[in-house]
Design a protein around this ligand. Sequence first.
Ligand code: GLS
Length: 813
Amino acid sequence: MKKWQDKEEFKKLFTEKAHILWEKDLRDMTLNEVYQTIAYMIRDLVSEDWIRTNEIYAEQKVKQVYYFSIEFLIGRLLESNLLGIDMDDICRQGLEDMGWDLNKVIPAERDPGLGNGGLGRLAACFIDSLAALQLPGHGNSIRYQYGLFNQRIVDNQQVELPDNWLVNGYPWEVKKVDKAVYVRFGGNAYMRPDEDGNLECVHEKYSSVRAVPYDVPIIGYHNNTVNTLRLWRAEYSREQLYQELSIGDRRRAFRYKDSVQQISRFLYPDDSHEDGRRLRLMQEYFFVSAGLQSIVRHYKKKYHESIYKFDRYVAIHINDTHPALVIPELMRILMDEEGVSWDAAWNITVRTVAYTNHTILPEAMEKWSIPMFKELLPRIYLIVEEINNRWLKEVRSLYPGDGSRARDVAVLWDGQVHMAHLAVLGSHSVNGVAEIHSQILKDSTLHQFYTCFPHRFSNKTNGISHRRWLIEANPQLASLIDDTIGDSWRRTPSKLQDLMPFADDPAFQEQLTRVKKDRKEILARYIRDRYDTDVRTDSIFDIQIKRIHLYKRQTLNILHILHLYYLLKDNPKLKITPRTFLFGGKAAAGYGEAKETIRLINVVAHMVNSDRKVNKQMKVLFLENYNVSLGQLLFPAADVSEQISTAGKEASGTGNMKFMMNGAITLGTMDGANVEIHRKVGDENCVIFGLRADEVMNYYIHGGYSSWQMYSDDAAIRRLMDALVDGSIDGSIGGDHFGMLYSAFLDRNDEYFVLKDFQPYCQAQQEIAKRYGDHTKWCHSSVVNIAQSGYFSSDRTIQQYADDIWRIKPVKH
Ligand code: GLS
């Protein structure tokens, strides 16, 4: 890896680069230009290694994995890349000499919002780990012109603004015009006999879309590996446009141009929810087809191996079902373009593809209407139909007379294409993302498939990049850890375990307290600057940051806050442990209850914060526009990590791991990866409450829960519910106030058991206060959490994928 020798060389190169890029005096440069200049300098340093990495993979003909995901929430790259090439100190010093502060330059980079939440962020942590472990693996996705919307709060409500993240250019990407491919939509497809009497497919009258790749280097950590994140942009094909124009149909020509440009324009702002829109299906096929075509082309050009050996050299991973069209698309390429028979193509496909399921919420299971699917992807539809026919024939012969089987496992059913079924059928491996989630997949969601293919199923508990979420986000804690146990944990995060003996060490506890206090002060400054509000850094920082969703139960949190407020109002002498409750997260624009939850939080926050009788003891804030960079400010400052989803609903969660790694105590239900966090740290070092997943399931199946009963039996709950609709918290007259939420709790029988878990949650909160009161014990817990968090590094997760699913090996150079 090339490096800058010292700060003098950095300054010289910076000046040269800045002059070429901006043609202006250094003193006139904006912070964004400073950031971009350094980004291009980093590109210069890594470019040889980037080329070399690909050459070595091809020379040694190693098996490579391609991670297909419709989202990669990569976050800002300047700091992580500087850390990766170990040039952060030189850069900082050089900038300082020239009058700039690196800490001020870093935020000048726009945070690319190419994802909604956990699923997209997981993909980003995974490619980070692949490069860190020197594994041959790359990402494949879409270069959205607009990322997830920017969130503003106006009159307590969420307002969505476009995220034009590319306005100033994106210095990390390289446009590869020569690698463009064409993707076909629409037209007619049918089978006809060729000269030898074999059936061949004809696909005619289709529309062509040009897919142009933009490559982003994924730089390994202190090694020479540079992998690639390939993002595809849709462009119209000039040939097709001219053809349409030459026929004289200008309207049609411009409609074509417009519809093509739509494909890579927006990221759909839904998380764990599908709405079956045509453009989304176009996006899915677009990046899948482009990605696969480029992989096959590269394989043929560089590996010089038979297409029948494809799966020995290529693994393709599909991150949820959004890229599941990989299965019929690979079949199409193998059969229509490479002349492979159905059976051979199917074997190659299944051996190549592996699938991860990320949610079991029924509303998130992707399904497409058959007529729409057929019209948009006629050739792919023929293949899916054949997959379905062959499969149902097999199922009927295995289970004769059992008609309901077909319904449970069909790919085509009830006028719809069931993507999860397609994904399981066309993959050799299916995994969930936390133990409890993988078990639920086997026991219920995909039970029928599990009985047919038990060997395909496994668990791979999620992880997070400790480089971004500890080394980069919390340098104060990282250097305390270095001073205490050495720095080998940076490469081998399981070594964080070595902190265990320091859990009761008074000197270490004191330093840790200092670090936490520093981080709370940094956050408090941010809050003061942006919201003109003071928060006490000696209060418990209790944080819930994640997408807003009924199942994640931000409502439970805010109802408890309101309850606490009433307790203080009812009893002015009451003293509680001071608390700062912080929320952050976006709601899908069309998700009414989620948007109402945001409004409720803001309304309660306003009431509490402006009440001088209570606001010394508690403060509530909703922080706007939660994203990766804001996360890097919040996780290190947390005392309490709110992980309070209805048990059985959160597949894994990954925020829970980021909090833990930064020494926060989990306050959570037995859901997702909380179960494993609890197992690692024990009852003494986290606080667990509420219904268990099997109890929740029992209520769903057998009934027996009435939220109206809770309402009549519990005066505290009654008061809270009434407050939602009587105008007392939003201070207005008339209207239905928070009627939508009231109705979800009471008229719709509280699907997520907020009222049922309310009292247990209040007790858990009391337990938190009690434990916080014993500072030594609290510190002990904090240390245990950090020490045990190494398991939740995505390096561990990726190693498991590499060994058990992809069968790929590191390539050292
Ligand atoms: C999600 C799950 O909801 C999360 O629990 C999980 O941690 C994440 C990554 O596996 O995937 N599924 C989804 O559609 N969005 C998510 O964040």
